[in-house]
Design a protein around this ligand. Structure first.
Ligand code: PEP
Ligand code: MG
Length: 600
């Protein structure tokens, strides 16, 4: 830890990808996402050793308290027979020999606690790797889990959620599990090392209408909670420990920004949205966090097109109980009103949620036990969620969305579970409501099978974020490959068109709910491809509404048809730039048209 005085800290600058506009200045609040951090060895002065041992002991106590709370919740949600898995981890935290080994290492080697924990756990893992018994060998994941938990506890960040007025979140990547715990009323901006336009950091920031920059490699490592920091998402720049002149310059630049009300428009958009040739487009809201509810009301969303329920998980609390979920879904249904809310089943796994430290991490998470697969594997958790939804549906209009569907059989299995849980609730005398079932179309297989899937569900939700990721084989959260994330790639456009057509042929609605819908130029292309319902972060609605009300659907379909027949993504992007700039120069100045090889 640095002992330098504030005025000795050198100004440091980073450039990244701005994913939510605006400028903000404040103090760093580091948010730990677990698992990815690098552990460094630092040499301690003799005077610091006792304090370091006490810091380690405090981390052990905190980790124990967290695990006991998770175990209790797991007992409620999964039953006692599944909660025993946490016993092994609790026992490790009580293992005197192990704890003494870490403390001994701190004392003898004058090493910091993080390093000492890592050394002890690596040693233990090496022993387990030699074991031939499969069951025992697999316990090594418990060691990894406990190690990760201890390291988070040592980072101190688990306790520092009490936000001051001017917090700027700095994370390697802001995951839903961490976001769910924060009080966003005091967050001014977000800056993260990893991420792209469709990463969760970006989605959360745009949802809250606060500036965000991603792809800032190594910022997290250099920043400390409490450091002074400035975020300029107009320039894609972050300044840590800004010098006085930089602060002055920043203040001047901020005065020139349009106010956010001006930027987003103030119309609340309650009237129907029609294109100039009379085609009605419905705009609904994507919602993740309660902090966004206010803007859902303000911007007059026609219901909630996507509620990302995995945000109900919190990093420390684990699985939300049936009653907690029922209360949350009832609130979301009330917010959505007569238009209703589409609640997606937990989309856990992948980059979505490391599911805290409760579940194992995978080698290739985007292709692993994610979304519906994760729910089927943890069937009690799925059944709990379904019961909560059925009960809440008796009090308001709710639909359920199945994420990452790749086969009709998954829809049938989910429907079976829904009906079994309905029957169970009814025999208990509990009231249940109607629950329409939709499928997320975000995997190439689902696009190819769209006609069959349309016969089995009540609606489609087109998740363009994942559709681009899986179709183009490009990790949506990895800034290294951001230039391959091409929303206008002809393969993406053809897939969207095919899906919308399959839905229309069966007479079911198709809602486009990826980030694509929130960018006016792309929204226009979507309308051209046949989309009539777009769901987006509420703060983007005025912008999209203003654009779509001034264009005609016929021209949009001509442009979309031309783009989807292109041989390259470059070609399609060029057509959009030229055609939109030519037909609607007052709406699409060069600055607000998508630039090539950028994923906005
Ligand atoms: C998508 O994939 O486009 C989507 C809407 O869901 P998420 O971003 O949560 O994966
Ligand atoms: Mg998705």
């Amino acid at each position: 830890m640095s002992k330098r005085a504030k005025n000795e800290k050198r100004e440091m600058r980073w450039r990244g990808v701005a994913v939510s506009e605006g400028m903000a200045a404040g103090r760093v609040l580091r948010i730990h996402t677990g698992g990815r951090q690098n552990i460094y060895r630092t040499m301690l002065e003799a005077d610091d050793i006792k304090r370091e041992v006490r810091r380690f002991q405090a981390a052990v106590r905190l980790s124990r308290r967290q695990l006991m709370a998770i175990k209790r919740r797991a007992e409620d949600a999964l039953g006692a027979e599944h909660a025993y898995i946490f016993d092994a981890q609790l026992l490790m935290l009580e293992d005197r020999k192990l704890l003494e080994e870490v403390e001994g290492y701190i004392r003898q080697e004058c090493a910091n606690a993080e390093w000492s924990v890592k050394v002890a756990s690596d040693k233990l893992l090496a022993v387990y790797a030699e074991i031939t018994d499969d069951y025992l060998r697999e316990r090594s994941s418990d060691i990894e889990d406990v190690t990760r938990r201890l390291l988070v506890a040592l980072s101190g960040e688990a306790q520092s959620r009490h936000l001051t007025e001017d917090a700027i979140l700095v994370a390697e990547e802001l995951l839903p599990s961490a976001a769910a715990e924060l009080d966003f009323s005091h967050v001014r901006a977000i800056a993260s090392d990893a991420g792209g336009w469709t990463s969760h950091t970006a989605i959360i920031a745009r949802g809250l209408g606060i500036p965000a920059i991603v792809g800032l490699r190594e910022l997290y490592r250099h920043a400390r909670t409490g450091d002074e920091i400035m975020i300029d998402a107009e320039q894609g720049e972050v300044v840590l420990h800004p010098a006085d002149e930089t602060v002055e310059h920043f203040k001047e630049a901020r005065k020139l920004l349009p106010s956010s009300a001006g930027a987003n428009g103030s119309d609340n958009g309650r009237e129907p949205l029609l294109t100039t040739d009379g085609v009605e487009i419905i705009l609904c809201a994507n919602v993740e966090l309660p902090a966004e509810y206010e803007s859902v009301r303000r911007y007059g969303a026609r219901g909630i097109g996507l509620f990302r329920s995995e945000f109900l998980f919190s990093q420390r609390g684990g699985v939300p109980t049936e009653d907690e979920q029922c209360a949350a879904y009832t609130e979301v249904a009330a917010l959505a009103g007569a238009d209703g809310a589409k609640v997606r089943l937990f989309d856990l796994g992948g980059d979505k949620h490391h599911a805290g430290e409760d579940f194992e991490s995978e080698r290739n998470p985007a292709l692993g036990l994610r979304a519906i697969r994760f729910s089927f594997r943890h069937e009690e958790m799925l059944r709990t969620q379904v019961r909560a939804l059925l009960r809440a549906a008796a009090r308001g209009r709710l639909d359920v969305v199945l994420p990452m569907i790749s086969d009709v059989a998954e829809v049938r299995r989910a429907r079976r579970i829904i009906e079994e849980e309905r029957a169970r609730l009814q025999t208990q005398g509990q009231e249940t409501g109607e629950l329409k079932v939709g499928a997320m179309i975000e995997v190439p297989a689902a696009v190819l099978m769209a006609d069959k899937l349309a016969g089995e569900v009540d609606f489609f939700s087109l998740g363009t974020n994942d559709l681009v990721q899986y179709l183009l084989a490009v990790d949506r959260g990895n800034d290294e490959v951001a230039e391959w994330f091409r929303t206008l790639h002809p393969a993406v456009l053809q897939s969207i068109e095919r899906t919308i057509k399959a839905a229309a042929d069966r007479g079911i609605p198709a809602i486009v709910c990826g980030e694509m819908a929130a960018t006016p130029a792309y929204a226009l292309v979507l309308v051209g491809l046949g989309a009539r319902v777009l769901s987006m972060t509420a703060s983007a609605m005025p912008r999209v509404r203003r654009t779509l009300a001034r264009v005609d659907a016929l021209s949009a379909s001509e442009i979309a048809a031309e783009c989807s027949q292109c041989a390259t993504a470059d070609g399609a992007e060029e057509i959009v730039r030229v055609q939109l700039g030519k037909r609607w120069p007052h709406l699409f100045s060069p600055e607000n048209l998508p630039t090539p090889k950028r994923e906005e």
